[in-house]
Design a protein around this ligand. Structure first.
Ligand code: ADP
Length: 264
């Protein structure tokens, strides 16, 4: 009766009667469609910098051959386009690596207070160049949790970079680390890290889709800032691997809060 479901139907003789088998193909069909969309998106994302590069190569070989100023400018643009492709390929590799290990729980323990401090210190110079101050509020005693340090660094790096890129107009980006003995989101003791910005915010209809690969709330701005559209997809997979939760809240004109909840 549900027309959105897909069935494979097989009818075969069985004793004195027939056996009719219905196999629900909805999930495999959707997975196949997602795979096709992903390949199409990757091809499209790689093609635009490649088109720009080949265009500039032709111009440098032809009309701009003897124009030193134009040559320098075009080489600058070509370097940016090559860097964009490099970021895209790097993010694609990260995504496939994370997916490969998604079912295997991380073994180590991570000093989250230390990890957040070094992440903020590394991002501070770029943030300050854009007029954004980064701050960390954390309990006095160091907080740790089970996890993979490199992957969690990538999570907070992506979230803070996004907060600076898209929400930096608010002037500050705050990180808040807290612990609780029982957090409903993970049904037990947990750690919460909130990345709070006071920027433009995200219209509500985008929120459920933000962690999809290549989904962008503001496509123009993302491309202008060199975004790959894969950052939050990577974040989501890493958090899944840690059996954690990602919560995104946002209000247009006031800013956004990305909350990572990890079992402790
Ligand atoms: P991108 O490479 O485009 O930044 P992400 O997967 O990291 O890709 O983010 C997806 C989209 O979510 C972004 O393109 C942007 O539109 C939106 N976004 C992410 N973080 C924020 C934020 N803090 N404030 C506003 N929009 C955001």
């Amino acid at each position: 009766p549900d027309s959105s479901l897909l069935y494979d139907v097989e009818i075969r003789p069985d004793g004195d009667g027939v056996l009719v088998c219905f196999q629900d193909m909805t999930a495999p069909e959707q997975a196949e469609r997602m795979r096709r969309d992903f390949v199409a998106n990757v091809s499209h994302e790689l093609r635009s910098p490649l088109t720009a590069l080949t265009g500039f190569i032709d111009t440098l070989r032809g009309p701009a051959r003897d124009d030193v100023a134009a040559r320098e400018r075009f080489l600058g643009i070509m370097a940016d386009e090559a860097a964009r492709m490099n970021r895209l390929v790097g993010d694609l590799l990260s995504l496939s690596r994370v997916e490969e290990h998604e079912r295997v729980r991380p073994r180590g323990r991570v000093d989250l207070t230390g990890l957040l401090t070094t992440t903020l210190n590394a991002l501070r110079p770029t943030a300050e160049k854009n007029g954004v101050t980064l701050s960390l509020q954390a309990p006095d005693d160091p907080v740790d949790a089970p996890g993979d340090a490199d992957q969690l660094r990538q999570v907070f790096n992506n979230l803070v970079e996004n907060a600076v890129k898209y929400g930096g107009a608010g002037g500050t980006v705050d990180l808040r680390l807290s612990v609780s003995d029982h957090d409903g989101a993970v049904q037990g003791p947990a750690v919460r890290v909130q990345v709070v910005d006071h920027g433009a915010g995200i219209p509500a209809h985008h929120l459920p889709r933000l962690t999809e690969r290549f989904y962008r709330a503001d496509s123009h701005r993302s491309r202008e800032l060199g975004g790959t559209g894969l950052g939050l997809a990577i974040v989501k997979h890493i958090i899944n691997r840690h059996r954690g939760r990602l919560r995104i809240e946002s209000e247009v004109g006031r800013g956004s809060v990305f909350t990572v909840i990890l079992p402790r």
